[in-house]
Design a protein around this ligand. Sequence first.
Ligand SMILES: [Mn+2]
Length: 427
Amino acid sequence: MRLKSSLISEHNAKLSSLHQKKLEYISGQLDQSGFNPEGIIQKISDFQVAIPSWALGTGGTRFGRFPSGGEPRNLEEKIEDVGLLHALNKSSGAISLHIPWDIPEDYIKISNLAKSFGLKFDAVNSNTFQDQSDQELSYKFGSLAHTDANIRQLAIDHNKGVIDHGIKLGSRSLTVWLADGSNFPGQQNFRKALSRTLDSLRSIYDHLPDDWQMFVEYKPFEPNFYSTVIPDWGTSFLLSSKLGHKAYCLVDLGHHLPNTNIEQVVATLMGEHKLGGFHFNDSKFADDDLTVGAIKPYQLFLIFNELVYGMEGANKDDAPLAWMIDVSHNVKDPLEDLLQSVEAIKLAYAQALVIDRDKLEETRENNDVARAQEILQDAFRTDLRPLIAEARIRNDAAQDPLLLFRDLKMRDQLRKERGSGSVATGL
Ligand SMILES: [Mn+2]
């Protein structure tokens, strides 16, 4: 399914008068405070967030899954879904594939299809957290950290294969997330598990093309509950540092214990030039994978405060950060959830662009605690949604993507095309 551009123009025309009023108001306010609204619109307009192929279907919990129908049945339809999102918001211009589910049968056909929607291929993701049906050796007790060298080799070869698929599609990075760890005290020798992991990662790293990056993701628990081999940013940093200049830490917002100061983690990693990218989501408890910005929008803003400080300062010449969503949808329509998530990310970014940084630094140097809080919250409470809508309108996207998705009954159309019982693969 492709979205006709005339439908977008009609939608935008209908909303135009109120939008213009709001835009004028906020632009004037920013101008007066010394910010350049045009510059912010341009930055928002350039910002692209990759959509993972596994977020296009209804997720579930171990208690059940309630698909809503019309889900993509294959890689072509996953690309179509991201194409729809990108047509609606012009900010979702990349798809991140998960191997083995997303192996193309015809690479040229798949590349051309993606191109026709204006999409690129973002990081490719390996999967060694479950056994495939034709697999003789099992990952039950680990993959890259396994005690058995043959199983480690199987996982290494899988990751190398994922890189090879990515090369054929024009990807430039591999994300490695390991489920390896232990469920009970005494089960695993921590030091041996970590050093085996490093050795395995080294073999994979050696297979990376020169212009590729490897992202090492961390997670404190789940599916293993007593220990994980890469539990935190420190271990990810250690491994990435030992691997070399192509390896970076990947911060998944849900992969922290409650109340972790993630913005400080981001600041430290940026200070070391070892932050590679993000998996955005939100959570109340841990890896809840809820819509970005749904629970803690202020935390998201504080993270972007550190990101903007770095990107516009000491990290200006670093490789661009990889922005990706990693959410799961139990009760929402996946495409609606993704539209909301991308919006929340752009809003946090825009808000971080209107922080009075000179004044903030001055208050910090003078230990003016109350004023520092005021400066941050002043930016956070400024309604910048008209600027984000304006960026979309200028890119021929929808002023209100979610509204248009609903007005056009797009999910119903997808259900008609794909069937009400279709379930996406790769979750
Ligand atoms: Mn993740």
